[in-house]
Write a protein that binds this ligand. Sequence first.
Ligand code: HMG
Ligand code: MG
Length: 285
Amino acid sequence: MAEFVRIHEVGPRDGLQNEKRIISATDKIRLVDMLSACRFERIEVTSFVRADRVPQMADGADVMAGITRRPGTRYTVLTPNLRGYEAALAARADEVAVFASASEGFSRKNINCSIAESFERFAPLIWRAGADGVPVRGYVSCVVDCPYDGPTPPAQVAEVAERLRRLGCCEISLGDTIGTGTPERVAAMLDAVLERLPALELAGHFHDTNGRAIDNITVALEKGLRVFDAAAGGLGGCPYAPGAEGNVATGKTVDHLVALGFETGIDRDRLAEAEAFARSLRGAR
Ligand code: HMG
Ligand code: MG
């Protein structure tokens, strides 16, 4: 039997968050429902962050309330602090995610605090989630380069990833936020992280700015990773990461994995429909 690779669909959140034109909650709900029909095990629906910082995600509660929940899919959201967590809980999120950075510059711009302070904000959230039985995923951004600080030392990525894991995150997603990673640099970063954490607790989150995301997934597969984040239609970017282009497209990722002999469990025809709809939501660039 083919080995399984899980795709964590981040299109409704990472794919849409940087769109300038505000997309209606109805369209976001339709996208999530179309993605549910593809049989993803996890879909990242929205984030509970400051509306003045990321206006596109301001309707997170409405979107969560409007989606049709498919048994077998877990609906996840980004939560930077306790306030975000409480909103996520009220919205019946199945899983939440905290997001740290491996670089100080991006931490300050993105979440308005140092890396050390971010852990002080995450700790009470992760304890509360533990008590509530809600799993917490941990993101590490800028694992290769930071738009403000330049190249990120691999040891710094390993340090932040291990701290998130020790705090109680169930899975650590390693983000090449601005998509400048090459297979060689991604391999060096992964080697440093794998000295501290097992491959099966990690996920790869590759933006495709330089068209290397698929090559980076290949190298991560060789290192033993079996979870990858992707966005329907290749949408995406981060408002605090200038130059960051789309996430790796989900269809392209599924096709690559299948060509390598892996099983993803995704309905490819339904995914083609969801990707076409996702692309139709994208504004002119
Ligand atoms: P802050 O200003 O430092 O927070 O924001 P604060 O605790 O000082 O509070 C200031 C005000 O914000 C208060 O309101 C709080 O209530 C409010 P006031 O009393 O002045 O009226 N506030 C909130 N409101 C709504 N939801 C909340 C919340 N928390 C405080 N959760 C914060 C810190 C992180 C919230 C802010 O900087 C923020 O919202 N940043 C946006 C971060 C973001 O969403 N970035 C994009 C996602 S990350 C990403 O894309 C990377 C990733 O894909 C991986 C990769 O590619 O690398 C994950
Ligand atoms: Mg991202």
